[in-house]
Design a protein around this ligand. Sequence first.
Ligand code: BTN
Length: 327
Amino acid sequence: MPIEELISILADGSIHSGEALGVSLGISRVAVWKRLKKLDDIGVEVETIKGKGYRLVDSLELLSADRINELSRENTRTFISEIEIFFQINSTNTWLIERVRSAGINGVVCLAEQQTAGRGRRGRQWHSPFGRNIYMSVGWEFSQGAAALEGLSLAVGVAMARALSSAGVSGLALKWPNDLLCHGKKLAGVLLEMSGDASGSCSVVVGIGLNVDMKSEQGDNIDQPWVDVASAVGSGVSRNLLLATILDELLPLLASYQDQGFSRYQQEWNSLDALSGQLVELHGPVTSSLDGIAQGVDDTGALRIKTSAGIRLIKGGEVSLRKRSVF
Ligand code: BTN
C-alpha cells in the first residue's frame, strides 16, 4: 500500500512539513497531499497545522514484530515460527487458512492493522478499523484429530482473560462459547477454524479480535454493547505489549492442549462464567429453541443447561445463547 510509509513517518505524532514528507517518500508535494487524503479514507485522521505541516490527530503505535518479540517471554518465542504483519488484509483468519494449502502454519502469527472483511462467529462481520484494535490469527498443527481439541476455543477464552487481567482489566467474564466480556460488554471474540483430518493431523487457526482503543463512532455499526481495553483500564495501552501478553498465555496453551485437554481449564472457565445460574435461551439450526438455567461447562467444554426434562449438554457449534429475563 503506498500509504504505509507515510503512516510510518506520521506515527511519531510530530508535525511533518509537506516538503519534508515529499523528500522522505521521494514524491511531489501534490502526491503527498493525495496520500494524506487516502489516510482519511481509511479512518486515520490527519490535521493540517497552518504554515507548518501535518500530524496525526491521535498518536498511533504501529504493530511491530520486533517489539512483540522483545516484550514476550523467552519461552513464548520458542513457539513462534513467524510473525506476519499486514497494514490491510481481508481477514487474518482467511490468510492463514489459505496458507494451509501451500505451507505449514504451526506457530505462524498473522496480524493486521485493518481488516476489510473481518469475520466473526455465525457469519457475522468483525468490525476492524485501522490501528485501533488487535486482529490476530495464530496457526497450530495437531496430530491427534479434532476430538483431542474439544473445548479448545473455550480454553482460548481463559487464556485471553488471564492476559487481560494481567494487563489490569477487571470485571472480566466469559459468555459461552467464547465471548470475552468486561462488565457485561463485549471486549473480545474468538473464531476458531479447523481443517484436516477428523482423526489424524489437523490445522487450527485461532482468530482473536480484541477492542483496544476504539473511538465511539468507529463502533457505531457493532450490534451489541462493547467496550475497549483503554476505557476498561482508564489509560492508553500498548497494542504490542498486549499482544506479547496474549501470546505468553496462548502459545503454551496450544503447545500442551493435545496432551492436557480442557479439563485443566474447566474450573477457571466456570469461575468466569457470565451466565451461571441465569435463565438462558438457546437457538441453533439443529436444536430448536431451548430454555433453561445455565450451569457452567463440563470437562469437555459442553454447556450444561438445566431444563424441565433434566440436564442438557450443549456442544459447540452454531448456536446462539441469550440471557432471558422471564420464562
Ligand atoms: C466473534 O464473533 O466474537 C469472533 C470474532 C473474531 C474476530 C477475529 S479478528 C482476527 C480474526 N480474523 C477474522 O476475520 N476474524 C478473527
